[in-house]
Design a protein around this ligand. Structure first.
Ligand code: T4K
Length: 365
């Protein structure tokens, strides 16, 4: 029998029977989108679950980043990280904003506050940090820099659903935080996303912007766009909320299992979370060091040859893509990017599969 491939992730889905009950309701009332009953209920439930004041549901995380910048009227230059998924900086380009990239910290893999300070110019209007792998940024320091320099902070919290730092939900920091509910994320609604805001006026502006800027039949107040979440995604989201704690528990077990088995492997460093009170274990990044015996790519392709589709998130750096090609060098981000492999992690992943992955990593030939 042909062995099944193992991918970096597999979306966790609720029992199909429970989803069909919700689908039947959608079929019966014929409201499939535009702030329907599931949408309203999911927004309320998310506010409670995440312990945040306002949630605006969206069709995906990328539109969230684009709309957040728009809602706060961000212009000119924004400081951001080269160590992220391309959507982070693309959202700036879509708003005609110049991304100013600065290097990351070697221990957090997130924006280095010292380097943020050094990159501020009279044109800087905001900072867009990313909680990479759900690992909290240095939020206190970033909030302080922003306050001192009158800058807005928009966190790309795509990886950080449910994450808590020393003072509770990570999503309470900055002016806005953006979540992704993509199939590959810890919490998924197939596709989807949300903006977390702190005050009613900003939420109302975001809600206007995601619905073409429409106020009513005869009034359009903003150059909005369509960023709405459908009833199908919202209904799924409500079901996912029921199982997310259990999913995170299973992920945590896998994280601990990998760590225990890989800590003794010379040349492999497991990424350590910093300043995290509650994690979501969305990724399991390892660094393949020079003394491992194989290069990062040799290990990556060896895993593939064995049907293990781990991923090099985030290689190449955003600044190494031709469309960005920056003259500056980001030595720390570059080093990490050249060493990183994210191993498969998802609730359904079997111990047998993890043991196979560990065996391949331990056998360096
Ligand atoms: N900011 C950050 C920091 C992000 O990481 C992302 C997205 C965003 C913003 C934007 O959020 P969204 O607009 O997407 O909501 C994936 C995801 O497409 C992307 O959402 C994610 N970050 C990024 C880190 O990873 P790919 O190109 O690696 O995905 P793909 O299709 O290769 O999937 C990876 C593996 O997952 C597959 O090999 C198999 C498995 N998979 C995937 C899908 C889509 C499934 O089992 N089922 C599925 O339906 O980008």
């Amino acid at each position: 029998m042909k062995k099944k491939n193992i991918y970096v992730t597999k979306p966790s889905l609720p029992d199909l029977k429970t989803f069909t009950v919700y689908l039947k309701k959608i079929w019966d009332n014929k409201i499939v989108t535009n702030n329907g009953p599931f949408h309203r209920k999911f927004e309320d439930s998310l506010c409670k679950y995440l312990d945040v004041p306002f949630v605006s549901l969206l069709s995906n995380g990328t539109i969230g980043l684009i709309l957040a910048l728009r809602a706060l009227d961000i212009k000119k230059e924004v400081i951001t990280t080269p160590y992220s998924f391309i959507a982070t900086s693309n959202s700036l380009i879509w708003n005609n904003i110049k991304p100013v990239f600065v290097d990351v910290c070697p221990n957090t893999f997130n924006l280095d506050p010292k380097k943020i300070k050094a990159a501020i110019t009279p044109n800087t209007t905001a900072i867009m940090p990313v909680h990479v792998y759900g690992n909290p940024c240095d939020v206190d320091e970033i909030d302080l820099i922003a306050k001192k320099n009158n800058l807005k902070v928009i966190y790309d919290a795509s990886h950080a659903f449910g994450v808590e730092c020393h003072c509770g939900s990570i999503l309470k920091h900055g002016d806005l935080s953006i979540l992704s509910f993509h199939a590959t994320k810890t919490f998924n609604t197939f596709e989807g996303g949300a903006i977390i805001s702190k005050n009613k006026e900003v939420k109302e502006k975001i809600d206007k912007l995601k619905n073409f800027g429409i106020i009513n039949e005869t009034v359009v107040e903003e150059f909005g766009i369509n960023g709405k979440m459908s009833e199908f995604n919202a209904a799924l989201g409500l079901l996912q909320l029921k199982q997310i704690d259990n999913d995170i528990k299973k992920r945590k077990k896998i994280d601990i299992y990998y760590r225990n088995k890989l800590n003794s492997v010379v040349g492999i460093t497991c990424f350590s979370y910093t300043n995290m009170k509650k994690g979501n274990y969305s990724y399991f990044p390892i660094l393949v060091e020079d003394n491992y015996g194989l290069t990062r790519d040799q290990l990556y392709y060896k895993l593939r040859k064995n049907g293990i589709y781990a991923r090099r998130y985030f290689f190449p750096l955003i600044t190494d893509f031709k469309i960005y090609k920056s003259k500056s060098s980001f030595n720390i981000a570059k080093k990490i990017s050249n060493k990183v492999i994210c191993l498969p992690i998802y609730p359904e992943l079997k111990i047998k599969s993890i043991d196979l992955i560990i065996k391949i990593i331990k056998n360096k030939f």
